[in-house]
Design a protein around this ligand. Structure first.
Ligand code: KG4
Ligand code: ZN
Length: 345
């Protein structure tokens, strides 16, 4: 197989990213990966503001792409295609990226490849570890939570997912309730290291149901009630806060562990030769969650892999790589490629 070199562009949430990836499916490497976060712009609002995100993407895409090319030591003429996230995500940001990629494609004559952001996350273990199809992926981020069987770059089976919040969103809301900074995940994890996870009984929603669907919104409500019982004169003691964080994190880890057990059973039933579970998304950074997933996989006799953190959270290398697999399969798009706010796998 002839190696392909792709530029990837990602702008679906609050990270503006560009990357260069070279190789063949299952054996590719990242030549550069530039990520410009917008955290500081959104911080005063306590969450991502779509209009601000779209403007920031429009302002930064040019420099990100130029930096990615320069860091990789690659010129536009050395590329084989331009891949871009075409959804799902905040539409203003997705549109910025898609229009920028179309501009490059028109100017250079390079093929354009529209990539599903979720497929980008789900294919990352093929980029980082060369994992063979089929494999099971748990996608856990601020916006997503689902179990997928990956059969090919465009072929996924969804086994189940959240019926309300994503786990990262739950961590972010928990941090807000407890007066911790955003993004909430790392702040809650840090506080939890000092806390007692057994002090408060927080619920594990949907564990009584047989499927791999998950729910996290009841956990947040329970956390709010516990907090309100502990607050005196508008203040929450540090020890109480840390115990709440530890209890919350343990509950999320328990829910994910039990549902992962069920997802592995469903995966094996569908794919008797399946051997690997991979995790992707920002929440995969959490050490307690990682180790509880690893324990489940050990007990079930299945391999566990987690991409390095920089490729778990939003980035453009995963988009370039997904584009590489699609292009290798002969897929490209013309100027009618649409930016899609919703795009289930
Ligand atoms: O994948 P990501 O960068 O963006 C998308 O949502 O697509 O994930 C960000 C999410 C945030 O909600 C953040 O709080 C969460 O991942 N997160 C964590 C940790 N680090 C990031 N959640 C729990 N523990 C962590 N250490
Ligand atoms: Zn993402």
């Amino acid at each position: 197989d002839r190696p392909l070199t792709l530029l990837g562009i990602e702008s679906s949430c609050d990270d503006t990213a560009a990357a260069i990836v070279r190789g063949v499916p299952g054996q590719a490497h990242v030549l550069s990966s530039v990520v410009r976060g917008q955290g500081a712009l959104h911080a005063p609002f306590g969450g991502v503001v779509p209009e601000i995100a779209a403007r920031a993407h429009s302002e930064k895409l040019d420099v990100c792409v130029a930096d990615a090319l320069a860091e990789a030591g690659v010129s536009l003429s050395a590329l084989n295609a331009v891949a871009v996230t075409a959804g799902p995500g905040l539409i203003g940001g997705v549109l910025s990226g898609v229009m920028f990629a179309k501009g490059i494609a028109v100017g250079t004559g390079l093929p354009l490849v529209g990539v599903n952001h979720l497929a980008g996350h789900a294919l990352t273990p093929r980029l980082t570890d060369g994992i063979a199809y089929p494999y099971l992926v748990l996608l856990v981020s601020g916006g997503h939570c689902q179990y997928l069987i990956a059969h090919g770059p465009e072929r996924f089976t969804r086994l189940g997912g959240t019926i309300d919040d994503a786990p990262g969103e739950a961590f972010d809301k928990a941090a807000r309730l407890l007066g911790l900074p955003q993004p909430g995940g790392p702040a809650v994890e840090e506080a939890a290291t000092q806390g007692d996870p057994g002090r408060f009984a927080l619920p594990r929603p949907l564990l009584d149901r047989p499927k791999c669907d998950l729910s996290f919104s009841g956990l947040k409500t329970a956390l709010l009630r516990q907090r309100d019982k502990l607050v005196v004169d508008g203040r929450l003691l540090r020890r109480d806060r840390d115990d709440l964080c530890a209890g919350f994190q343990r509950a999320v880890a328990d829910i994910l562990a039990e549902k992962t057990r069920r997802a592995i059973a469903a995966f094996r039933a569908a794919e008797p030769n399946g051997r690997v579970l991979s995790v992707a998304g920002g929440v995969a950074a959490n050490r307690e969650i990682r180790s509880s997933l690893r324990n489940v996989c050990d007990a079930e006799g299945i391999s566990f892999t987690a991409p390095p953190l920089a490729l778990c959270t939003d980035n453009a290398a995963m988009i370039a790589y997904a584009g590489l697999e699609l292009r290798d399969a002969g897929i490209s798009h013309d100027m009618t490629l649409a930016a899609r706010p919703r795009w289930p796998l």
